[in-house]
Design a protein around this ligand. Structure first.
Ligand code: IMP
Length: 215
């Protein structure tokens, strides 16, 4: 497997919520991590139709610009009754006409569509969060790590922890939404633990096993 020289890499994300979660997940490993925002890198347009394609676009842009390996995350929420939407457009559904984002608006949009479909029971409201990590080298060589968290969508939103769609997502086997969980509970994973709950922690766990020498 190709080495990450010098234990340095770039996190190809401008999303403060995701960066905070990554910092927490990476903290124990002693890697020097720079974020795309801190390096002043532009945000590339996410024109892909899959999480993998968008993760590659972000990681390759950051790796090419810095000459360092880059790790990106493309993620989103897929509702079964909506044929997998919003999917790769999860962030776009929160974007207002002035370019700012309001996730309450996005959650309401999902709720309206679920009601139009008559989806009222937890079974009819099944959804999953997906996270795909892409580790890309400056020459374009890439590898992928995918994690999924199955659950269902609730209404009204509950909890103000976390970010994005966390307050409407209740993962399987839990009574609380991601918005009601501390970061530790939401991810449910640290090195040496087999369990992981969030999609990002599950993707990160497979990255850490392959790349950071973690069991
Ligand atoms: P992107 O990966 O930057 O295209 O954005 C994905 C979007 O999915 C984010 O802006 C969030 O709204 C949503 N999302 C991804 N992961 C999570 C999560 O862990 N909790 C809540 N929302 C999430």
């Amino acid at each position: 497997m190709r080495a990450i020289d010098g234990r340095r890499f770039v996190l190809a994300s401008h999303n403060a919520g995701k960066l905070g979660e990554f910092d927490g997940l990476l903290a124990p490993f002693g890697y020097e991590v720079h974020s795309a925002g801190e390096l002043g890198l532009p945000e590339p347009e996410e024109t892909g139709t899959t999480f993998e394609e968008n993760a590659y676009i972000k990681a390759f842009a950051a790796a090419k610009a810095t000459g360092l390996p880059a790790l990106s995350d493309d993620s989103g929420m897929c509702a079964e009754a909506l044929d997998g939407r919003p999917g790769v457009h999860t962030a776009d559904w929160a974007t207002l006409s002035d370019g700012s984002r309001d996730f309450y608006v996005a959650m309401e949009k999902v709720e309206t569509l679920l009601r139009e479909k008559g989806a009222s029971t937890p079974d009819q409201r099944r959804a999953r969060f997906v996270a795909v990590l892409c580790l890309c080298f400056p020459d374009g060589e890439a590898e992928y790590y995918r994690g999924e968290a199955p659950g269902h969508l609730i209404w009204p939103p509950r909890g103000n922890l976390g970010f994005g769609y966390d307050p409407v997502f209740q993962p399987d086997g839990r009574e609380r939404t991601f918005g009601e969980m501390t970061a530790e509970e939401k991810h449910g994973w640290k090195p040496g633990h087999a369990e992981a709950l969030s999609h990002r922690a599950r993707a990160f766990r497979s990255f850490a096993r392959a790349r950071l020498g973690v069991v």
